[in-house]
Design a protein around this ligand. Structure first.
Ligand SMILES: C[S@@+](CC[C@H](N)C(=O)[O-])C[C@H]1O[C@@H](n2cnc3c(N)ncnc32)[C@H](O)[C@@H]1O
Length: 209
């Protein structure tokens, strides 16, 4: 099943199924981005709008991009504020957003489905103002190395989605190559127990002028 079709199938259960990765991402996103000021947000892979409402509580305008119509439909039902636009778009293509629109580009749990990280950093650089922030929260590559990946239950069993492994060095190298500097890197653990493999990794990059 393609990634797009899989998310269309997953959408109805996405917000309610048990999903530790989804839940920990809320903490990673809020704990990290609470420290920053932003007004114009571009949210990559916004899905059902799980983080969009919180982003809007700090911003003036949010544009959410996603290629799953079913995920977007749920987001649109939940969030009707006129300062939010949800747009159907494939992140692997050129993003049809005005250049330098955003002071924050944010991406949660989406880049594991993207092969070419360099394209994402290039596009993010184009859409950010000078000194703009690029926040990424992803399944930790250490989890990926032991086989963790996005998956959900269907009538016919567990559907595992197509994923790409990105090493920590891949994020850092793509960022550097596209003129970003690294401000923060954090690892997020289940139950705050640092004895296990971290579930998530997050980065804050800043666009250099
Ligand atoms: C695990 S969900 C995360 C949704 C939301 N960011 C969250 O944290 O709950 C991944 C989202 O990325 C979207 N996605 C994956 N690949 C994409 C692509 N190439 N273009 C646009 N959206 C994509 C999926 O449709 C899905 O909504």
């Amino acid at each position: 099943m393609s990634i797009e079709k899989a998310y269309n199938a997953w959408a109805a259960q996405y917000d309610t199924n048990e999903n530790k990765t989804r839940d920990l991402d809320i903490k990673a996103t809020i704990d990290t981005l609470s420290k920053y000021k932003f007004k114009y947000v571009l949210e990559l892979g916004c899905g059902t709008g799980k983080n969009t409402g919180w982003l809007l509580s700090k911003a003036e305008q949010v544009i959410g991009l996603d290629f799953s119509q079913e995920m977007l439909n749920i987001a649109k039902e939940k969030i009707t504020d006129s300062n939010v636009q949800f747009k159907k778009a494939d992140l692997n293509k050129e993003w049809e957003i005005e250049n330098q629109f955003a002071d924050l580009v944010t991406s949660s749990l989406t880049l594991e489905h993207i092969d070419d990280l360099n394209h994402i950093f290039y596009q993010a650089h184009q859409k950010l103002m000078g000194n703009g922030i690029f926040f990424i929260s992803e399944l930790h590559p250490f989890k990926q190395y032991v086989g963790s990946k996005a998956k959900f239950e269907t009538e016919n069993g567990v559907e595992e989605l197509k994923v790409f492994i990105h090493h920590i060095s891949d994020y850092v190298d793509s960022a550097e190559h596209n003129d970003f500097e690294l401000l923060e890197i954090n690892e997020w653990f289940d139950d705050a127990s640092e004895k296990q493999i971290p579930r998530l990794i997050s980065f804050v990059f800043r666009k250099k002028n």
